[in-house]
Ligand binder design. Structure first.
Ligand code: ASP
Length: 324
């Protein structure tokens, strides 16, 4: 009996201290985990956002890269982190494609997380190494079809946005080619610039500056409309290539069980950060479109994630691509 009441009062005391620390949150730095390598597009979005979220939170938000092919390690780390708001996750559309792509996954995007909100959506670009022998999409398609056994396509592993785009692209042009997986398209871009790989599909958040500097070739954007930061780059659709449209959306997550007052603070700091003119300018310069304020919420991220899982599952199953 005594043991029982001791346990009860211990549990009550612990609950009280958890709720007190949730009210005081945050009292020290917060880590935002990025599932891909530094210097890549997801990392870029994370760094812009982390710096801006630090202001309303009154603490530094440190970007921590936990790269892995397919971006499957960081969500697992955050799933297993203490649910106190000090380790959060930024991830993209991969959270909606990996549940179908991986037969064995050590986390469930629909049940292992608290949702903070949607951030932005970024189109992708089909780009090639500087001396790739094709001046436009027509020549590019003719070349890769004629040389499908020789050309190499860089991606960030099964489950990455670059994987999804490559998969749609292969199916749209009905040609398979060799893929080279990296732990993020930051290192893949270095190899593209160096000519070690031939082409890739990557977010404008990474390719815009290289395209503008004339360091890589570009053959089209994957959005329905042209991107304001790259007005001269035609869409794939307007060049007659259908079926390769994709927008890469980003969201913020916390471990399941993170107390509501903590989530509320993270949500309001996300919303504050998204109002910051420097954040808006930076995202616009990189071709990203911010979600409106009513989507920067837990409910909007949760329903968007669910809808995207349902949208991509049949397409992935049709393409027959899986990882074990
Ligand atoms: N762009 C990468 C992808 O394919 C991820 C990254 O390196 O940010 O998902």
């Amino acid at each position: 009996m005594k043991t029982m009441s001791f346990l009860c009062s211990f549990a009550a005391a612990e609950a009280l201290s958890t709720s007190a620390s949730a009210q005081q949150y945050p009292t020290h730095n917060i880590n935002m985990l990025v599932p891909y390598a530094a210097g890549g597009p997801t990392d870029t979005v994370a760094r812009v956002l982390a710096q801006a979220m630090g202001k309303p939170l009154g603490q530094t938000v440190i970007v921590e890269n936990r790269p892995s092919a397919g971006g499957i390690l960081a969500p697992e780390v955050v799933k297993n982190a203490k649910p106190d708001g000090y380790q959060i996750l930024i991830h993209h559309i991969g959270m909606a494609t990996i549940p179908t792509l991986y037969r064995q996954l050590r986390f469930n995007p629909l049940t292992d997380f608290e949702y903070i909100g949607l951030i932005n959506e970024v189109p992708m670009t089909i780009v090639a190494k500087p001396n790739f022998p094709a001046k436009d999409l027509k020549e590019f398609l003719a070349y890769i079809k004629a040389n499908k056994d020789k050309v190499s396509y860089a991606n960030a592993g099964i489950g990455a946005a670059s994987h999804l785009c490559g998969m749609l692209f292969m199916s749209a042009i009905q040609t398979d080619f060799l893929t080279v997986p990296y732990k993020g398209t930051g290192p893949a871009m270095n190899d593209l610039l160096g000519g070690q790989v031939d082409f890739m599909c990557d977010q404008t958040t990474s390719t815009t500056s290289q395209i503008k500097a004339g360091k890589i070739k570009v053959y089209g954007v994957t959005s329905a409309k042209r991107v304001s930061s790259l007005p001269d780059v035609p869409t794939l659709q307007e060049q007659g290539l259908k079926g390769a449209d994709v927008g890469i959306w980003h969201g913020l997550y916390a471990p399941k069980g993170t107390p509501k007052p903590v989530i509320d603070k993270l949500v309001s700091s996300l919303q504050e950060a998204m109002k910051d003119p420097t954040v808006n300018q930076r995202f616009t310069d990189l071709g990203a479109v911010s979600f409106p304020a009513d989507k920067q919420t837990p409910a909007a991220l949760q329903s968007h994630l669910k809808a995207e899982i349902d949208k991509w599952a049949p397409l992935i199953k049709k393409a027959g691509q899986y990882a074990d």
